[in-house]
Ligand binder design. Sequence first.
Ligand code: F6P
Length: 501
Amino acid sequence: MPATTDPFARLRTLKLTPLDGLFAGDEERVETLSVEVAGIRFDWSKTHLDAALLGEFAAIAEAQGLAARREALFSGEVVNVTEGRAATHVAERGQGDPDHVAAAAASHQRMRSLIDAIEGGAFGDVSGILHIGIGGSALGPELLLDSLGRGTGEVGVSILSNIDGLAVDDSTDPLDPETTLVCAVSKTFTTAETLMNLEAALKWMREAGVEDPYGRVIAITANPAAAIEFGIDETRILPFDEGVGGRYSLWSSVGFSAALALGWETFEELLEGAAAMDRHFRLTPLERNAPVLAAFADLAYTQVAGAETRAVFAYDERLRLLPSYLQQLEMESNGKSVNAAGEPLAGPSAAITWGGTGTDAQHAVFQLLHQGTHLVPVEFVAVIERGDDQDPAHHRALLRNCFAQGAALMAGEAAADPARAFAGNRPSSTILLDRLDARTLGALLAFYEHRVFAAAVLLGINPFDQFGVELGKKMARALDNPEAAGEFDASTRALIERAGL
Ligand code: F6P
């Protein structure tokens, strides 16, 4: 099939102006390329965005109908065209289409009532939660708990995602089977890992003498019929809307274990923070719109400069899980080769997202960022208010390191010895939160969702399906039947034989 019309054809003929030149002629540059929203400052001044690129992107946004697609998202139109449904995560934050908002409010009410019942003793003593789920059914809740849960709450949450039996041991070891509540989270309630791990958790409780293990399971799913068939009583099922994609689902009932452990008020603040970002994304003109500017910068590097990856470094331990959360959000959404009409893309789609925490990463991967041959746009995420009880000197050192890395990437340094020279002109953006709380975290995560959506519209792809994960699952299922092994390729057959499967 011939490649589709290339929205970036003209853009690709441009050259990026070196960063020092962009700063030299423009005293307003930092302000022009910074946006403040919901307690977060976003700064793209150390990227190569300039008036020429912004003009090109404005034209591409116009041609791709970004403003209209944004409205379609909020008004509950079918934006997930390959699966024929709306994407309703914004409704979980009370935004957009009134019918979806009402449905989300009803499911939040159900969550809240169950939390009240648990706190009121309906499940006896509850000392811990075993949250079972994978991908979007685990990464979001785990990030919330790790970011906001330090030193709070009496109920500890253990996350079980991997199908590896060691993960079952690791997650159940800290828990008491008699006083644990199991939250089985699966949008489809068909995911092999989650169902196998749920069986393992039931066995763990049964073996410890728990009389009614099923009675201590709460199922969170968009497919209640499958949970009922599994044996979970309807009264302990928290449904959510089919239009909420897994990687966009932490705002829905999927956030139940986090809401239980962190408190309902915190969960509501998270939703309010996300709603503030929703309003910004929906109502702000594109040239001052944080998710849109971020998408422009991302696409400048993938489409114009040929960058294949982008790196995110959290300069705050509370955000250490952010890079892995973003890997699913960005790569499962925009890692596609065809547009929404099924035609091949003319150029690259999403960059590969990777990253880590600062300052650890400085002593591991920053060598390549400063002197390697790859162009890697870097995103620094830091928090002004410290979250530790240590000497404030630690936090000041952390922030100083963060800002110094961005400055060094950009400035570089000449040296007579080429091995000691830094070319500079290496781009970075900085996201600086006033403080890390439920509101700013909600706004930050909603920012990333909308950035993915804006990039998808510009690329012409559907960010809400993920058919690419299906083939491997199908083949793993086929291998359940040893006879089927014969139909696999020679290399796979040899591995199966060697492992004695
Ligand atoms: O395999 C990918 C995926 O479908 C993700 O999109 C999803 O977040 C994850 O699996 C878990 O799916 P479910 O919530 O249906 O168990």
